[in-house]
Design a protein around this ligand. Structure first.
Ligand code: SF4
Ligand code: SF4
Length: 419
């Protein structure tokens, strides 16, 4: 008897679809390709065929399942709230169980990303040799054109000193201690944007928060989980549950990390013990923007804008993992609108996925660029000087596309704007 346990768990969500096709107006992938299998309705239908035993996990099926950003725009706009993210991720997990992960993904996920020390060594190796790649400008480099499908892609250089090499284990609160949090750094902040982590730690301690940086924390596992490697994702979830205990909250500056840490229970829990442990972690995780406004109750108008941003106009890009995975929409806007000296301009398609979708952009860079081109039109329409967001993954993709489209805007994390 064929193992369909992962898909069976989400059959109820696939069944919710009433085939109205409304999702096709909102799916960024369908809008580019106009192929029925690219949209939630098509994927739901195929998932149900697999469950009924009428469809096999063929390479074509793998391609179809891979062509989803997991942006949840379809879920947000579906009249029956069909949870395609659950269906797609479960179908990918089922396929991994049946067909395996393949050599490259197996090596990257299990030997590198899931082993914090090994990941640090690989990142250091890449940092040492990144000078071989052509420079675009400043600290931005790009891949040579001959690298098939990803050629020309711009990305920020890896940091000279990673965050893990700079942080202490405990940062006491300045003044009376209100609470204790664990800072979850995440890979992009660790290797690419260490200054972000240091800014957040300083921001929090100056507001009476003791910040601990547990050395045992590991990658959140987003790319691994969303690719369907549930065994490795569970290993990481267990590591992080152990590392992030005994604090009031867990705070991170990465929207994908906060979302993934909150969603271990939803995607991975397979028994009561996991439900309890993952659920307990979920209840304490806060994205930095959410923590600043909802927990610390900081008044945005009392924050100080850094001098270099005075007189600038900023627009906000909603990371999918903030707006649709965590319902975080107003908090970052409140901060931007409250900062004296900064003008805020809402972009027309602020909630449109930037097109990154984690490893989606590795396999479908051509579609990523087309989706991002629409985001760029939105940015241009605002006349803003700077694009602000709160997910390092989005920052990397926005930076690439701003440069590809020869636009003058710079991309920042929200925390980079405030003292
Ligand atoms: S909008 Fe929802 S119910 Fe309608 S076809 Fe899409 S997934 Fe199905
Ligand atoms: S999650 Fe995003 S990319 Fe995937 S089907 Fe829904 S709208 Fe399309």
């Amino acid at each position: 008897m064929k193992d369909l346990s992962e898909l069976k768990k989400v059959e109820q969500y696939a069944d919710q679809c009433m085939k109205c096709g409304f999702c096709s107006f909102f799916c960024p992938v369908y809008q580019e390709e106009r192929i029925e299998t690219g949209v939630a309705r098509g994927k739901n239908y195929l998932a149900k065929l697999i469950i009924k035993g009428e469809q096999e996990f063929t390479p074509e099926m793998g391609e179809i399942l891979g062509k989803c950003l997991l942006c949840k725009r379809c879920v947000a706009n579906c009249p029956s709230k069909t949870q395609i993210d659950r269906v797609v991720v479960a179908a990918r997990a089922q396929m991994v169980k049946e067909k395996g992960l393949g050599f490259i993904k197996g090596f990257v996920f299990r030997r590198a990303m899931a082993n914090r020390k090994a990941m640090g060594r690989y990142a250091r190796l890449m940092q040492t040799f990144q000078w071989l790649l052509p420079k675009t400008e400043g600290k931005v480099r790009h891949l040579p054109d001959f690298i098939k499908s990803l050629g020309g892609r711009n990305f920020p250089a890896l940091a000279r000193t990673f965050l893990r090499e700079q942080v202490k284990t405990v940062y006491p609160a300045v003044g009376p201690r209100k609470m204790t949090v664990a800072f979850f750094m995440g890979c992009a902040t660790d290797f690419v944007y260490p200054e972000l982590g240091l800014s957040l730690i300083s921001f929090l301690t100056r507001r009476g928060v003791e910040v601990r940086v547990p050395k045992e924390q590991n990658c959140c596992g987003a790319a691994i989980l969303f690719s369907g490697d549930f065994a490795t994702a569970r290993f990481l979830a267990d590591e992080n549950v152990k590392a992030l205990k005994d604090v009031d909250y867990v705070v991170t500056a990465c929207g994908t990390c906060s979302s993934t840490l909150k969603d271990y229970k939803k995607y991975l829990a397979g028994n009561e013990d996991e439900e309890k442990r993952y659920g307990e972690l979920e209840s304490r995780v806060k994205d930095a923007t959410e923590f600043i406004i909802d927990v610390l109750k900081v008044k945005p108008e009392e924050l100080t804008l850094k001098k270099e941003f005075e007189g600038k106009t900023a627009t906000w890009h909603d990371p999918c993992h903030l707006i649709r995975y965590q319902n975080i929409k107003e908090q970052p806007r409140a901060i931007l609108k409250g900062l004296k000296g900064l003008t805020y301009a809402e972009m027309p398609n602020a909630d449109l996925c930037c097109g990154m979708g984690g490893s989606f952009s590795v396999y479908h860079y051509d579609i990523t660029k087309k989706i991002a081109a629409k985001k760029m039109e939105g940015i241009k329409a605002t006349g803003a000087d700077i694009v602000v967001t709160a997910c390092p993954g989005c920052m990397i993709n926005l930076l690439d596309n701003v440069l590809l489209n020869k636009m003058p805007q710079k991309v920042y994390h929200l925390l980079e704007l405030v003292e």
